[in-house]
Write a new protein. Structure first.
Length: 332
């Protein structure tokens, strides 16, 4: 019985390696999303501008070819052990089998750990260079109640694959909805929000729209333009009563706050009271430096521009480019 154990162990390991070798591995979609979900290529980890501990990955897997080269060939390929995949530094570090300042990112024997191990056992291939994910489709696309998201990746060759377990999820309004690592969304209260989903170089979102419990009367005024139509439809759907029309002074304050991110000065208030031309006011505010600064900040928040995740220099360069586009009134 004891003599048979080594044979069984060798046979089992050989079966694992054979299975791994038979699979058509694709690094950008089979391995890289797992690293992104684990946080390995975040701005505060190896995705930082200068990397961490002499190991640099592209931010959130933006450059799969460079990442593959760094993992498999940099420093003489020391991070990969083809003879004994489980002894690879690329597995032992994130699993904390060896000291790792970033903490445990891949739990030993977990599904992600096994996927990386099997990929190494297959020779750590890059896979088809022309195969790409063209879009992500999330269901449900809009949430009113707590639910489990499902994310399907659509590939350039026509195939589809469930990538729910590998996607990276973030909420844009945790007061309304929170999301777990596996895509389980929990509604916290009424309001609007969004769940951002990233996988294999693509990004999509699930909208969160939880109506309030107000009693709503059908007293919406007649819309004057298509913006009114959209606003009134959303208010009705969210069960939010329409507010009365604002007076001139209130309009000035709201418009200045919304467009320039500040309160109007006393001089601006007196001038507007004398000549309450609302269209002229809007054009003046849109043409101001305050408008450019304020909306640069707004779009930076919308695009999740954060120096903690991107790194200081990339975040600064991204912000400067964004400000330039807003100042030029570049179309979307």
């Amino acid at each position: 019985m004891n003599a048979a154990r080594p044979f069984v162990a060798v046979f089992f390991c050989g079966a694992v390696l054979a299975t791994a070798a038979e699979r058509a591995w694709h690094f950008p979609t089979d391995i890289l999303p797992r690293l992104t979900q684990a946080g390995c290529n975040a701005g505060k980890c190896h995705g930082a501008a200068t990397g961490q501990g002499g190991f640099k990955l592209s931010l959130l897997g933006d450059d799969p070819a460079a990442d593959h080269a760094v993992i498999t060939r940099e420093r003489g390929g020391r991070r990969i052990d083809f003879a004994n995949p489980e002894r690879s530094l690329f597995l032992r570090k994130p699993s904390r089998d060896l000291d790792h300042k970033g903490g445990q990112k891949l739990r030993a024997q977990s599904a992600d750990w096994k996927a990386v191990r099997d990929w190494i056992a297959a020779g750590a291939p890059f896979g088809k260079t022309d195969l790409q994910v063209t879009k992500l489709v999330v269901t449900p696309a809009e949430l009113r109640h707590s639910a489990q998201l499902k994310v399907m990746a659509h590939f350039s060759d026509g195939q589809t694959r469930d990538v729910t377990a590998m996607a990276l999820y973030t909420t844009q309004n945790d007061a309304v909805a929170t999301v777990g690592k596996t895509g389980q969304v929990t509604i916290e209260r009424s309001g609007l929000g969004a769940i951002m989903i990233r996988a294999a170089g693509q990004v999509t979102a699930a909208r969160v729209a939880v109506p309030f419990k107000h009693e709503l009367k059908n007293d919406f005024p007649k819309p004057h333009n298509f913006i009114d139509e959209k606003v009134f439809a959303e208010l009705s759907r969210m069960r939010i009563p329409v507010s009365p029309l604002a007076g001139d002074v209130v309009f000035l304050r709201r418009a200045t706050l919304d467009l320039a991110g500040r309160l109007p000065t006393s001089t601006e208030v007196r001038a507007f009271i004398k000549n309450p031309n609302r269209e002229k006011l809007i054009n003046r505010l849109i043409g101001s430096e305050a408008f450019v600064d304020f909306w640069t900040m707004k779009f930076a928040d919308l695009m999740l521009l954060d120096s903690k995740n991107l790194g200081a220099e990339p975040a600064r360069a991204y912000r400067d480019w964004l400000r330039q586009q807003i100042a030029r009134n570049t179309p979307m």
